[in-house]
Design a binder for this molecule. Structure first.
Ligand code: ATP
Ligand code: MG
Length: 776
């Protein structure tokens, strides 16, 4: 354990060594916040704290898995496996399952994804005969989401004339009724949407003091990563759970707060000191991730924001290459530039695809990039967008499986009751819906009792409905004794889904069958993996829980070496040696929809700060002078964010342009009604260590054992250190490829390479000046 603690700098060590009490770590990007959380958990366990008593909340489930992995390496996997770690949604879904009956839900409640929610809302709008152009389902859903995350229940809505007035003003006087109908519909279906997972947890903890006490006693130590992006609902859960023991450690960076549009509340950071007694505040200032050029450039970006906390970020890493700026004529050309740069870098520096990331503001931008990468035969992977589980053929299978677990699930039922076609038409379904509403029962229950209700259906139709019920019930019987793989295989065959797809011999049709096979492979993996965990049998319920909360980022990609494509929002917390931020154009980034107020523009700027600080060694900013948007070729101008970076950090690959078009904006602070005396503007910051280092601030030192990219003509101290240390036979840990053994070393100085056999992914040759390796 000591070894891991000694790898931290002094500022990082302090919060690890403080065992009890409330603490907040506020620090810039790449300063080791996530690393501190990880080591802190391991150290708590080392001091005898039971893993059962620790709760750790992360931004993605993947991040949680990686942290757990690291902790296993330190304290052993039998201990680490009992840790509760994951996103707010996945952790509280688990708690809600065991307490569901208290809230009137079945423990096998379904979790609706946004497609299901939209479908339900569309249905309601239709039933209420409202105009879809005014009551746009997406807008309605986002408004409902805002209500839920602010804990505004239907009742609270109807008690709040201001809210009702606001909706009436925006021509949606029936908003409240839709909200109410939606909530009732979900409840009747035994379903919760994503926001419910937080809202209902709050309800559970406030209405049932004994439940609150139980979880307070259980989670004696609570840790939260990316605290700046928690919303009000999440904030209240954390506050309630930590209220008894007050052992709460949160880490965050106000400069990376990028979810205000979804209700994240920067006040959660600012109020932390008020909420708890005797809060210790820690600041980390040394960035270990990025070259000095990137760190300094990112600092100059943040200087343009008025509202921010005082913060210093510097690095002892080498200066590194300048940020390269590239202009192209079209978005296709922009794609070609990115693809050919990746191609050349791979050739010249023996880099892997996985060392590159392409980040963009909107998902639509991925297409031009994909086309160019495909032409160059560069494998890539898109994160976000339509996830695997939302593809039609997959979702069809999943909806049958959802019915097996919870036949009340109305959205699932509607989707598959007549797919594959079995002669149950729209009129029949409408009659069933009316009856279900009338008897206040689920549609499935109406179908079960179809003989006893007079719906004026002919006997053929009745028989078909009964057959459907019998089929689902037979699946339920099988599911009692079989694992998730068996039941999924059975369902996809017996429902006729696979046969239906086989009728379509086009390549698209074949791809769909392959997707179903892929789903089955995934489930097989899952069931086998689950068997290693105590008490888990790889059941369908366990699998569906995983699926409902899986984000694309969660899938393990260790076995694949691909360029990563994703929106900047998704890239939070991640790092890559080379990062392309594409589409650096006015109206795209900053987005045209986020430029009317200063606070919106400042959020865009923080997003840019996040993008830039993902890069370890080289960042590229690219823009195009024209671009297809909404089917039209539009002219575009370079983003103001490029000009906001001090020119000394940039290298223009094409001549710079400066005809920026700035829009007037309303001067409104992002911090709203926050006490402004608490906010001080940052001083201009240099990337060298600040002069006013005091005793409790460490002097910069070369990272211990940690290798950083160094330029080919000036190997840094870190590289020399490494050169001496690494020998064949060493066991090493790579950030992305995991654990491996060094087989061979070749070359000298900046060209030195190691051949490493990784446990997952096989043998790879890595250029040491880029490879991020820890010797273990
Ligand atoms: P972000 O704000 O982007 O989430 P972060 O503050 O969470 O960043 P980490 O991801 O924990 O930062 O760390 C950034 C990188 O620096 C990681 O590769 C990490 O392993 C490395 N690092 C952190 N602390 C040290 C240290 N003391 N010595 C060497 N490397 C370190
Ligand atoms: Mg982090």
């Amino acid at each position: 354990m000591q070894q891991y603690i000694s790898q931290l700098n002094e500022a990082q060590r302090a919060p690890v060594l403080q065992k009890d009490g409330p603490m907040i770590i506020i620090a810039g990007a790449g300063s080791g916040k996530t690393r501190v959380l990880t080591i802190r958990i391991a150290y708590l366990m080392h001091q005898g704290i039971d893993a059962f008593n620790i709760l750790s909340l992360t931004f993605t489930n993947k991040a949680a898995r990686e942290m757990k992995h690291r902790i296993s390496d330190i304290v052993g996997s039998s201990e680490a496996k009992n840790l509760w770690m994951g996103t707010f949604h996945s952790i509280f879904a688990k708690i809600l399952r065991s307490e569901a009956d208290k809230l009137g839900y079945p423990s096998n409640f379904t979790i609706y994804d946004s497609q299901d929610s939209l479908r339900a809302i569309s249905g309601i709008i239709k039933e209420m005969q409202l105009d879809r152009d005014i009551y746009k389902p997406k807008q309605i859903l986002s408004r409902i989401s805002t209500f839920k995350n602010s804990l505004i229940t239907v009742k609270a809505y109807f008690n709040d004339p201001e809210l009702q007035e606001a909706d009436a003003m925006s021509k949606k006087p029936r908003m409240g009724e839709i909200y109410q109908a939606y909530v009732e519909r979900c409840f009747k279906s035994g379903a919760m949407d994503f926001d419910d997972l937080l809202l209902k947890t709050n309800e559970l903890l406030t209405r049932f003091p004994e439940v609150l006490a139980k979880y307070q006693n259980r989670f004696r130590y609570i840790l939260v990563d990316e605290y700046q992006d928690t919303n009000h609902s999440q904030y209240l859960i954390v506050r309630a759970l930590s209220d008894k023991f007050q052992n709460i450690c949160v880490v965050g960076d106000d400069a990376q707060s990028i979810y205000a549009f979804r209700g994240a509340n920067i006040n959660n950071i600012l109020n932390f000191q008020k909420d708890y007694q005797g809060v210790q505040t820690y600041r980390l200032e040394q960035n270990y991730r990025s070259s000095r050029n990137i760190v300094e450039a990112a600092n100059t970006v943040m200087e343009h924001n008025k509202t921010k906390l005082e913060k210093v970020v510097w690095t002892a890493n080498e200066f590194g290459p300048k940020i390269k700026v590239h202009r192209s004529l079209t978005d296709a050309e922009e794609g070609r530039f990115v693809a050919s740069t990746i191609f050349e870098q791979k050739m010249q520096n023996q880099m892997n695809n996985g060392q590159f990331a392409i980040l963009y503001r909107t998902n639509a931008q991925s297409r031009a990039m994909e086309d160019a990468l495909r032409k160059r035969d560069i494998p890539y992977r898109i994160y976000g967008g339509l996830s695997f589980y939302q593809r039609k053929e997959i979702k069809d299978v999943l909806c049958y499986l959802r019915l097996v677990l919870n036949p009340k699930d109305e959205e699932a039922l509607m989707r598959v009751i007549n797919y594959p076609a079995r002669g149950i038409g729209d009129t029949t379904v409408e009659k069933l819906t009316v009856a279900a509403n009338h008897y206040k029962r689920s549609i499935f229950e109406v179908m079960q009792n179809i003989d006893r209700i007079d719906l004026k259906l002919n006997s053929g139709t009745k028989q078909k409905l009964q057959d459907f019920v019998t089929m689902i019930q037979s699946f339920q019987v099988i599911n009692e004794n079989q694992d998730a793989f068996y039941i999924t295989d059975h369902v996809s065959k017996k429902t006729g889904l696979v046969q239906e797809l086989k009728k379509d011999a086009t390549p698209e049709g074949m791809a769909k069958i392959q997707n179903i096979e892929e789903l089955l492979n995934g489930i097989k993996d899952f069931t086998e993996g689950q068997r290693e965990i105590d008490g888990a049998r790889g059941s369908l319920a366990e699998f569906m829980e995983d699926v409902a909360l899986a984000t694309d980022l969660d899938k393990d990609t260790n076995d694949e070496d691909r360029v990563a494509l994703m929106t900047i929002h998704l890239a939070k917390g991640l790092e890559f040696p080379h990062v392309f931020v594409v589409g650096m154009e006015e109206d795209l980034f900053p987005s045209a929809m986020s430029m009317s107020t200063r606070s919106e523009l400042e959020e865009e700027r923080r997003l840019f700060y996040v993008a830039l600080t993902r890069a370890e060694h080289q960042a590229y900013l690219t823009y195009s002078q024209s671009r297809y948007r909404w089917g039209k070729l539009t002219d575009s101008e370079p983003s103001r964010f490029i000009e906001e970076i001090d020119g000394q950090f940039l290298e223009y690959l094409t001549p710079a342009e400066t005809n920026y078009r700035f829009k007037p904006m309303i001067d409104k602070d992002v911090f709203g009604d926050v006490d402004k005396s608490k906010l001080r503007l940052s001083k201009p910051v240099s990337a060298t260590p600040p002069k006013y280092i005091t005793d409790n601030q460490p002097k910069p030192e070369a990272p211990i054992r940690k290798l950083k990219p160094v330029s080919s003509n000036a190997p840094s101290a870190g590289a020399n250190l490494f050169d001496n240390k690494l020998t064949a036979g060493n066991i090493v840990m790579h950030e992305r490829f995991g654990r491996g053994q060094v087989l061979n070393l070749e070359g000298v100085g900046a060209d030195k390479k190691a051949e490493i056999k990784f446990e997952v992914g096989g043998i790879k040759k890595l250029l040491l000046r880029f490879a991020k390796l820890d010797v273990i």
